[in-house]
Ligand binder design. Sequence first.
Ligand SMILES: Cc1ncc(COP(=O)(O)O)c(C=O)c1O
Length: 436
Amino acid sequence: MNENERALREQIFERVRAFYQYKYADGVPPRNKVKYGGRVFDEHELVNLVDAALDFWLTAGPNALNFEKRFAEYMGVTHAALVNSGSSANLVAISALTSPTLGDRRLTPGDEVITVAAGFPSTVAPILQNNLVPVYVDINIGNYNAIPEQVEKAVGPKTRAIFLAHTLGNPFDVERILHIARRHDLWIIEDNCDAVGSRYKGKPTGGFGHLATVSFYPAHHITMGEGGCVLTNDEQLARIVVSFRDWGRDCYCEPGEQNTCGKRFNQQFGTLPFGYDHKYVYSHLGYNLKITDLQAAIGLAQLDKLDGFIKKRKANFDKLYQSLLGFQDRIVLPVATENSDPAWFCFLITVRDDAGFNRNELTGFLEESGIETRTLFAGNILRQPAFIDTPCRKVGNLINTDLVMLNTFFVGLYPGITDEQIEYMAESFNTFFHRK
Ligand SMILES: Cc1ncc(COP(=O)(O)O)c(C=O)c1O
Protein backbone atom coordinates (compact mmCIF):
# COMPACT_ATOMS: atom_id res chain seq x y z
CA MET A 1 0.00 0.00 0.00
CA ASN A 2 1.53 3.35 -0.96
CA GLU A 3 1.59 6.52 1.14
CA ASN A 4 -1.34 8.14 -0.67
CA GLU A 5 -3.58 5.16 -0.19
CA ARG A 6 -2.62 4.84 3.47
CA ALA A 7 -3.37 8.52 4.06
CA LEU A 8 -6.72 8.31 2.25
CA ARG A 9 -7.74 5.27 4.25
CA GLU A 10 -6.75 6.97 7.50
CA GLN A 11 -8.93 9.98 6.62
CA ILE A 12 -11.86 7.68 5.97
CA PHE A 13 -11.27 5.79 9.24
CA GLU A 14 -11.21 9.08 11.13
CA ARG A 15 -14.66 9.88 9.74
CA VAL A 16 -15.86 6.36 10.57
CA ARG A 17 -14.66 6.77 14.18
CA ALA A 18 -16.45 10.11 14.34
CA PHE A 19 -19.57 8.48 12.94
CA TYR A 20 -19.38 5.77 15.58
CA GLN A 21 -19.15 8.42 18.30
CA TYR A 22 -22.07 10.33 16.80
CA LYS A 23 -24.39 7.39 16.23
CA TYR A 24 -23.55 4.67 18.72
CA ALA A 25 -21.18 5.78 21.47
CA ASP A 26 -23.58 7.03 24.12
CA GLY A 27 -25.88 4.10 23.67
CA VAL A 28 -26.40 3.33 27.35
CA PRO A 29 -29.38 0.99 27.14
CA PRO A 30 -32.52 1.86 29.10
CA ARG A 31 -32.64 0.03 32.41
CA ASN A 32 -36.12 -1.36 31.75
CA LYS A 33 -35.51 -2.80 28.26
CA VAL A 34 -33.48 -5.99 28.44
CA LYS A 35 -32.86 -7.88 25.22
CA TYR A 36 -31.94 -11.54 25.35
CA GLY A 37 -28.96 -10.97 23.06
CA GLY A 38 -27.41 -8.53 20.66
CA ARG A 39 -24.28 -7.23 19.03
CA VAL A 40 -21.75 -5.40 21.17
CA PHE A 41 -19.24 -3.40 19.16
CA ASP A 42 -17.27 -0.17 18.97
CA GLU A 43 -15.46 1.79 16.29
CA HIS A 44 -12.98 -1.05 15.68
CA GLU A 45 -15.65 -3.26 14.07
CA LEU A 46 -16.78 -0.36 11.88
CA VAL A 47 -13.22 0.55 10.85
CA ASN A 48 -12.41 -3.10 10.05
CA LEU A 49 -15.58 -3.40 8.00
CA VAL A 50 -14.85 -0.23 6.00
CA ASP A 51 -11.20 -1.25 5.58
CA ALA A 52 -12.36 -4.58 4.11
CA ALA A 53 -14.87 -2.75 1.91
CA LEU A 54 -12.07 -0.57 0.54
CA ASP A 55 -9.99 -3.68 -0.14
CA PHE A 56 -13.01 -4.85 -2.15
CA TRP A 57 -11.87 -8.46 -1.94
CA LEU A 58 -15.51 -9.37 -1.18
CA THR A 59 -15.24 -13.18 -1.09
CA ALA A 60 -13.35 -15.01 1.67
CA GLY A 61 -9.79 -13.66 1.55
CA PRO A 62 -7.00 -12.44 3.82
CA ASN A 63 -9.31 -11.49 6.71
CA ALA A 64 -11.01 -14.89 6.59
CA LEU A 65 -7.66 -16.69 6.63
CA ASN A 66 -6.42 -14.52 9.47
CA PHE A 67 -9.60 -15.14 11.46
CA GLU A 68 -9.43 -18.91 10.90
CA LYS A 69 -5.84 -18.98 12.15
CA ARG A 70 -6.50 -16.85 15.22
CA PHE A 71 -9.77 -18.54 16.10
CA ALA A 72 -8.26 -22.04 15.82
CA GLU A 73 -5.53 -20.94 18.24
CA TYR A 74 -8.10 -19.45 20.61
CA MET A 75 -10.17 -22.62 20.61
CA GLY A 76 -7.12 -24.84 20.94
CA VAL A 77 -7.66 -26.77 17.69
CA THR A 78 -5.54 -27.19 14.60
CA HIS A 79 -8.15 -26.32 11.95
CA ALA A 80 -10.97 -23.78 11.73
CA ALA A 81 -13.02 -23.35 8.54
CA LEU A 82 -15.30 -20.32 8.33
CA VAL A 83 -18.79 -20.79 6.90
CA ASN A 84 -21.76 -18.46 6.55
CA SER A 85 -23.72 -19.60 9.63
CA GLY A 86 -23.82 -22.02 12.54
CA SER A 87 -26.47 -23.96 10.65
CA SER A 88 -24.13 -24.24 7.67
CA ALA A 89 -21.39 -25.38 10.06
CA ASN A 90 -23.69 -28.16 11.29
CA LEU A 91 -24.61 -29.11 7.72
CA VAL A 92 -20.97 -29.22 6.65
CA ALA A 93 -19.87 -31.14 9.77
CA ILE A 94 -22.37 -33.98 9.40
CA SER A 95 -22.00 -34.02 5.60
CA ALA A 96 -18.23 -34.34 6.04
CA LEU A 97 -18.74 -37.63 7.83
CA THR A 98 -20.48 -39.05 4.73
CA SER A 99 -17.38 -38.51 2.58
CA PRO A 100 -16.42 -41.56 0.50
CA THR A 101 -12.80 -40.67 1.27
CA LEU A 102 -13.42 -41.96 4.82
CA GLY A 103 -13.91 -45.49 3.45
CA ASP A 104 -15.67 -47.84 5.90
CA ARG A 105 -15.81 -45.12 8.54
CA ARG A 106 -18.15 -42.93 6.52
CA LEU A 107 -21.81 -42.48 7.43
CA THR A 108 -24.23 -43.98 4.93
CA PRO A 109 -28.03 -43.58 4.59
CA GLY A 110 -29.89 -45.23 7.47
CA ASP A 111 -27.00 -44.86 9.92
CA GLU A 112 -28.07 -43.47 13.27
CA VAL A 113 -26.91 -40.32 15.02
CA ILE A 114 -27.67 -39.81 18.72
CA THR A 115 -28.95 -36.33 19.56
CA VAL A 116 -31.58 -34.53 21.64
CA ALA A 117 -35.06 -33.30 20.76
CA ALA A 118 -34.74 -30.30 23.09
CA GLY A 119 -32.53 -28.15 20.96
CA PHE A 120 -32.04 -26.04 17.88
CA PRO A 121 -33.59 -27.31 14.63
CA SER A 122 -30.47 -27.02 12.54
CA THR A 123 -28.61 -29.46 14.76
CA VAL A 124 -31.12 -32.13 13.76
CA ALA A 125 -32.12 -31.07 10.22
CA PRO A 126 -28.73 -31.86 8.61
CA ILE A 127 -28.89 -35.38 10.07
CA LEU A 128 -32.14 -35.91 8.20
CA GLN A 129 -30.96 -34.04 5.11
CA ASN A 130 -28.14 -36.58 4.85
CA ASN A 131 -30.66 -39.46 5.08
CA LEU A 132 -29.37 -40.41 8.50
CA VAL A 133 -31.67 -41.29 11.39
CA PRO A 134 -31.70 -39.22 14.60
CA VAL A 135 -31.95 -41.18 17.84
CA TYR A 136 -33.41 -38.86 20.47
CA VAL A 137 -32.46 -39.06 24.13
CA ASP A 138 -33.90 -37.06 27.00
CA ILE A 139 -32.15 -34.25 28.85
CA ASN A 140 -31.61 -33.38 32.48
CA ILE A 141 -33.66 -30.57 34.00
CA GLY A 142 -31.21 -28.07 35.43
CA ASN A 143 -28.23 -28.62 33.14
CA TYR A 144 -30.41 -29.24 30.05
CA ASN A 145 -27.96 -31.65 28.44
CA ALA A 146 -28.32 -35.24 27.22
CA ILE A 147 -28.60 -37.80 30.02
CA PRO A 148 -25.45 -39.94 29.59
CA GLU A 149 -27.21 -43.18 30.67
CA GLN A 150 -29.72 -42.63 27.88
CA VAL A 151 -26.94 -41.98 25.37
CA GLU A 152 -25.41 -45.32 26.38
CA LYS A 153 -28.80 -46.99 26.07
CA ALA A 154 -29.41 -45.41 22.67
CA VAL A 155 -26.48 -47.13 21.01
CA GLY A 156 -27.70 -49.81 18.61
CA PRO A 157 -26.20 -51.79 15.73
CA LYS A 158 -26.73 -48.91 13.28
CA THR A 159 -25.52 -46.12 15.56
CA ARG A 160 -22.46 -44.38 14.18
CA ALA A 161 -22.32 -40.89 15.65
CA ILE A 162 -23.26 -38.55 18.50
CA PHE A 163 -24.19 -34.95 17.68
CA LEU A 164 -24.91 -32.86 20.77
CA ALA A 165 -24.97 -29.18 21.64
CA HIS A 166 -23.47 -27.76 24.81
CA THR A 167 -26.86 -26.39 25.79
CA LEU A 168 -26.84 -22.61 26.06
CA GLY A 169 -23.14 -22.74 26.90
CA ASN A 170 -23.38 -25.44 29.56
CA PRO A 171 -21.08 -28.29 28.48
CA PHE A 172 -22.54 -31.76 28.16
CA ASP A 173 -20.88 -34.45 30.26
CA VAL A 174 -17.85 -34.58 27.99
CA GLU A 175 -16.02 -37.33 29.84
CA ARG A 176 -18.92 -39.77 29.82
CA ILE A 177 -19.98 -39.00 26.26
CA LEU A 178 -16.39 -39.41 25.01
CA HIS A 179 -16.16 -42.68 26.90
CA ILE A 180 -19.33 -44.01 25.25
CA ALA A 181 -18.15 -42.84 21.84
CA ARG A 182 -14.77 -44.52 22.21
CA ARG A 183 -16.26 -47.78 23.46
CA HIS A 184 -18.68 -48.00 20.54
CA ASP A 185 -16.41 -46.41 17.95
CA LEU A 186 -18.74 -43.47 17.26
CA TRP A 187 -18.03 -40.12 15.68
CA ILE A 188 -18.67 -37.11 17.92
CA ILE A 189 -19.75 -33.67 16.73
CA GLU A 190 -20.00 -30.91 19.32
CA ASP A 191 -22.51 -28.22 18.45
CA ASN A 192 -20.55 -25.48 20.17
CA CYS A 193 -22.66 -22.69 18.67
CA ASP A 194 -23.75 -21.38 22.07
CA ALA A 195 -20.63 -22.28 24.01
CA VAL A 196 -17.57 -20.40 22.77
CA GLY A 197 -15.36 -19.89 25.81
CA SER A 198 -16.97 -22.65 27.89
CA ARG A 199 -14.53 -25.08 29.44
CA TYR A 200 -14.64 -28.67 30.57
CA LYS A 201 -11.87 -29.80 32.93
CA GLY A 202 -10.04 -26.62 31.97
CA LYS A 203 -10.13 -27.23 28.20
CA PRO A 204 -12.32 -25.26 25.76
CA THR A 205 -15.38 -27.06 24.50
CA GLY A 206 -15.22 -27.43 20.73
CA GLY A 207 -11.93 -29.33 20.92
CA PHE A 208 -13.19 -32.67 22.24
CA GLY A 209 -15.15 -34.09 19.32
CA HIS A 210 -13.95 -35.14 15.88
CA LEU A 211 -15.70 -31.98 14.68
CA ALA A 212 -17.28 -28.97 16.36
CA THR A 213 -19.37 -26.08 15.12
CA VAL A 214 -19.69 -22.40 16.05
CA SER A 215 -22.21 -19.65 15.24
CA PHE A 216 -21.43 -15.97 14.89
CA TYR A 217 -25.04 -14.82 14.68
CA PRO A 218 -25.47 -11.59 16.71
CA ALA A 219 -26.80 -13.19 19.87
CA HIS A 220 -23.69 -15.37 20.17
CA HIS A 221 -20.44 -14.86 22.04
CA ILE A 222 -18.94 -12.96 19.13
CA THR A 223 -20.62 -11.93 15.90
CA MET A 224 -20.03 -11.28 12.23
CA GLY A 225 -23.72 -10.75 11.53
CA GLU A 226 -24.14 -14.07 9.80
CA GLY A 227 -21.27 -16.52 10.19
CA GLY A 228 -20.12 -19.81 11.57
CA CYS A 229 -17.14 -22.10 11.81
CA VAL A 230 -16.23 -25.78 11.75
CA LEU A 231 -13.42 -26.88 14.05
CA THR A 232 -11.37 -30.06 13.99
CA ASN A 233 -7.99 -31.47 14.96
CA ASP A 234 -8.10 -33.97 12.12
CA GLU A 235 -6.26 -33.04 8.92
CA GLN A 236 -8.34 -35.34 6.73
CA LEU A 237 -11.67 -34.08 8.12
CA ALA A 238 -10.46 -30.49 7.73
CA ARG A 239 -9.85 -31.11 4.02
CA ILE A 240 -13.29 -32.72 3.61
CA VAL A 241 -15.02 -29.85 5.46
CA VAL A 242 -13.47 -27.30 3.12
CA SER A 243 -14.49 -29.37 0.12
CA PHE A 244 -18.15 -29.50 1.21
CA ARG A 245 -18.07 -25.78 1.94
CA ASP A 246 -16.43 -24.90 -1.40
CA TRP A 247 -18.74 -26.48 -4.02
CA GLY A 248 -17.44 -30.01 -3.28
CA ARG A 249 -14.17 -29.35 -5.03
CA ASP A 250 -11.12 -31.53 -4.53
CA CYS A 251 -8.66 -28.66 -4.81
CA TYR A 252 -7.68 -27.06 -1.50
CA CYS A 253 -5.84 -23.96 -2.67
CA GLU A 254 -6.31 -21.02 -0.31
CA PRO A 255 -7.93 -17.87 -1.78
CA GLY A 256 -5.66 -16.38 -4.44
CA GLU A 257 -3.44 -19.52 -4.69
CA GLN A 258 -3.13 -21.52 -7.89
CA ASN A 259 -1.23 -24.80 -7.47
CA THR A 260 -0.80 -25.68 -3.76
CA CYS A 261 -0.54 -29.40 -4.40
CA GLY A 262 2.02 -28.90 -7.18
CA LYS A 263 0.06 -31.38 -9.32
CA ARG A 264 -2.71 -29.15 -10.65
CA PHE A 265 -2.55 -30.56 -14.21
CA ASN A 266 -0.99 -33.88 -13.37
CA GLN A 267 -3.49 -36.24 -11.77
CA GLN A 268 -6.16 -38.79 -12.62
CA PHE A 269 -9.70 -38.28 -11.21
CA GLY A 270 -12.81 -40.35 -11.93
CA THR A 271 -13.05 -40.93 -15.64
CA LEU A 272 -11.90 -37.42 -16.48
CA PRO A 273 -9.02 -37.12 -18.93
CA PHE A 274 -5.62 -37.32 -17.22
CA GLY A 275 -4.42 -33.92 -16.03
CA TYR A 276 -7.88 -32.31 -15.90
CA ASP A 277 -7.53 -29.01 -13.98
CA HIS A 278 -7.60 -29.92 -10.26
CA LYS A 279 -9.38 -26.63 -9.54
CA TYR A 280 -12.43 -28.06 -11.32
CA VAL A 281 -12.42 -31.58 -9.90
CA TYR A 282 -15.30 -32.41 -7.52
CA SER A 283 -14.95 -35.17 -4.95
CA HIS A 284 -18.14 -34.34 -2.98
CA LEU A 285 -21.70 -33.22 -3.64
CA GLY A 286 -20.91 -29.93 -2.02
CA TYR A 287 -22.37 -26.50 -1.37
CA ASN A 288 -21.15 -22.95 -1.45
CA LEU A 289 -21.29 -21.88 2.20
CA LYS A 290 -18.39 -19.47 2.20
CA ILE A 291 -18.25 -16.21 4.06
CA THR A 292 -17.28 -12.77 2.79
CA ASP A 293 -14.09 -11.02 3.83
CA LEU A 294 -16.20 -8.16 5.22
CA GLN A 295 -17.80 -10.49 7.77
CA ALA A 296 -14.41 -11.91 8.74
CA ALA A 297 -13.09 -8.37 9.24
CA ILE A 298 -15.83 -7.71 11.80
CA GLY A 299 -15.03 -11.05 13.43
CA LEU A 300 -11.37 -10.07 13.88
CA ALA A 301 -12.37 -6.99 15.90
CA GLN A 302 -14.79 -9.11 17.93
CA LEU A 303 -12.12 -11.71 18.65
CA ASP A 304 -10.07 -9.05 20.45
CA LYS A 305 -13.03 -8.55 22.79
CA LEU A 306 -13.93 -12.19 23.35
CA ASP A 307 -12.23 -12.66 26.73
CA GLY A 308 -13.95 -9.54 28.06
CA PHE A 309 -17.31 -10.68 26.67
CA ILE A 310 -16.98 -14.06 28.37
CA LYS A 311 -16.06 -12.43 31.67
CA LYS A 312 -19.11 -10.17 31.50
CA ARG A 313 -21.45 -13.06 30.62
CA LYS A 314 -20.19 -14.97 33.65
CA ALA A 315 -20.53 -11.92 35.89
CA ASN A 316 -24.10 -11.33 34.66
CA PHE A 317 -24.90 -14.98 35.29
CA ASP A 318 -23.53 -14.85 38.85
CA LYS A 319 -25.45 -11.68 39.72
CA LEU A 320 -28.77 -12.95 38.38
CA TYR A 321 -28.23 -16.37 39.96
CA GLN A 322 -27.58 -14.86 43.40
CA SER A 323 -30.69 -12.72 43.15
CA LEU A 324 -32.91 -15.72 42.35
CA LEU A 325 -31.54 -18.14 44.94
CA GLY A 326 -34.41 -17.46 47.31
CA PHE A 327 -37.06 -18.61 44.83
CA GLN A 328 -35.92 -22.16 44.23
CA ASP A 329 -39.16 -23.51 45.66
CA ARG A 330 -40.84 -22.12 42.53
CA ILE A 331 -38.18 -22.22 39.83
CA VAL A 332 -35.26 -24.46 38.92
CA LEU A 333 -32.05 -22.48 38.48
CA PRO A 334 -29.43 -23.52 35.91
CA VAL A 335 -26.86 -26.04 37.09
CA ALA A 336 -23.36 -26.03 35.59
CA THR A 337 -22.26 -29.51 34.52
CA GLU A 338 -19.78 -31.06 36.92
CA ASN A 339 -16.14 -30.20 36.04
CA SER A 340 -17.24 -27.41 33.74
CA ASP A 341 -16.91 -23.64 33.61
CA PRO A 342 -19.66 -22.43 31.25
CA ALA A 343 -19.49 -19.19 29.28
CA TRP A 344 -23.26 -18.94 29.62
CA PHE A 345 -25.17 -17.99 26.48
CA CYS A 346 -28.39 -17.24 28.35
CA PHE A 347 -30.03 -17.94 31.73
CA LEU A 348 -32.39 -20.93 31.70
CA ILE A 349 -35.24 -21.19 34.18
CA THR A 350 -37.79 -23.97 34.63
CA VAL A 351 -41.03 -23.15 36.46
CA ARG A 352 -41.85 -25.92 38.91
CA ASP A 353 -45.19 -27.72 38.43
CA ASP A 354 -46.34 -26.66 41.91
CA ALA A 355 -45.11 -23.06 41.63
CA GLY A 356 -48.60 -21.60 41.75
CA PHE A 357 -48.19 -20.02 38.31
CA ASN A 358 -47.18 -21.29 34.90
CA ARG A 359 -44.29 -20.43 32.58
CA ASN A 360 -46.40 -18.27 30.30
CA GLU A 361 -47.69 -16.15 33.18
CA LEU A 362 -44.11 -15.47 34.25
CA THR A 363 -42.77 -14.81 30.74
CA GLY A 364 -45.84 -12.67 29.98
CA PHE A 365 -45.05 -10.54 33.02
CA LEU A 366 -41.38 -10.26 32.10
CA GLU A 367 -42.15 -9.35 28.47
CA GLU A 368 -44.60 -6.66 29.66
CA SER A 369 -41.82 -5.38 31.89
CA GLY A 370 -39.52 -5.03 28.85
CA ILE A 371 -37.47 -8.17 29.55
CA GLU A 372 -37.15 -10.41 26.52
CA THR A 373 -37.69 -14.12 27.03
CA ARG A 374 -37.24 -17.12 24.76
CA THR A 375 -38.13 -20.79 24.98
CA LEU A 376 -35.40 -23.41 24.74
CA PHE A 377 -35.49 -23.22 20.94
CA ALA A 378 -37.74 -25.87 19.39
CA GLY A 379 -38.97 -27.26 22.73
CA ASN A 380 -39.60 -30.89 21.76
CA ILE A 381 -38.53 -30.90 18.13
CA LEU A 382 -40.63 -33.99 17.42
CA ARG A 383 -43.73 -31.86 17.98
CA GLN A 384 -42.66 -29.25 15.40
CA PRO A 385 -44.55 -29.32 12.07
CA ALA A 386 -41.43 -30.01 10.00
CA PHE A 387 -40.26 -32.91 12.15
CA ILE A 388 -43.47 -34.73 13.11
CA ASP A 389 -43.23 -37.43 10.45
CA THR A 390 -39.48 -37.64 10.04
CA PRO A 391 -37.69 -40.95 10.62
CA CYS A 392 -36.29 -41.42 14.12
CA ARG A 393 -35.78 -43.65 17.08
CA LYS A 394 -36.45 -42.54 20.67
CA VAL A 395 -35.11 -43.66 24.02
CA GLY A 396 -38.02 -43.53 26.47
CA ASN A 397 -40.75 -40.93 26.35
CA LEU A 398 -38.67 -37.73 26.45
CA ILE A 399 -40.56 -36.64 29.54
CA ASN A 400 -38.10 -33.90 30.50
CA THR A 401 -38.02 -32.66 26.91
CA ASP A 402 -41.78 -32.14 27.05
CA LEU A 403 -41.42 -30.50 30.45
CA VAL A 404 -38.88 -28.06 29.01
CA MET A 405 -41.23 -27.31 26.12
CA LEU A 406 -43.94 -26.38 28.64
CA ASN A 407 -42.14 -24.95 31.66
CA THR A 408 -38.72 -23.64 30.59
CA PHE A 409 -37.54 -20.30 29.20
CA PHE A 410 -34.45 -18.14 29.16
CA VAL A 411 -33.49 -14.53 29.61
CA GLY A 412 -30.37 -12.77 28.39
CA LEU A 413 -26.87 -12.50 29.82
CA TYR A 414 -25.04 -10.98 26.86
CA PRO A 415 -22.29 -8.44 27.54
CA GLY A 416 -24.51 -5.53 26.46
CA ILE A 417 -26.61 -6.08 29.59
CA THR A 418 -25.54 -3.64 32.28
CA ASP A 419 -25.40 -4.17 36.05
CA GLU A 420 -28.45 -1.88 36.33
CA GLN A 421 -30.38 -4.05 33.93
CA ILE A 422 -29.51 -7.21 35.88
CA GLU A 423 -30.78 -5.44 39.01
CA TYR A 424 -33.95 -4.51 37.13
CA MET A 425 -34.42 -8.13 36.08
CA ALA A 426 -33.96 -9.27 39.68
CA GLU A 427 -36.50 -6.67 40.89
CA SER A 428 -38.99 -7.75 38.23
CA PHE A 429 -38.73 -11.42 39.22
CA ASN A 430 -39.09 -10.36 42.83
CA THR A 431 -42.23 -8.34 42.08
CA PHE A 432 -43.79 -11.25 40.21
CA PHE A 433 -42.98 -13.82 42.89
CA HIS A 434 -44.35 -11.61 45.65
CA ARG A 435 -47.60 -11.07 43.77
CA LYS A 436 -48.12 -14.81 43.37
C1 LIG B 1 -27.23 -24.80 19.39
C2 LIG B 1 -27.34 -24.06 18.09
N1 LIG B 1 -26.92 -24.66 16.96
C3 LIG B 1 -26.98 -24.05 15.77
C4 LIG B 1 -27.46 -22.76 15.66
C5 LIG B 1 -27.54 -22.11 14.30
O1 LIG B 1 -26.68 -21.00 14.16
P1 LIG B 1 -26.99 -19.89 13.06
O2 LIG B 1 -28.10 -19.05 13.56
O3 LIG B 1 -25.70 -19.14 12.93
O4 LIG B 1 -27.35 -20.61 11.80
C6 LIG B 1 -27.91 -22.10 16.79
C7 LIG B 1 -28.43 -20.73 16.66
O5 LIG B 1 -28.55 -19.95 17.52
C8 LIG B 1 -27.84 -22.76 18.04
O6 LIG B 1 -28.27 -22.16 19.16
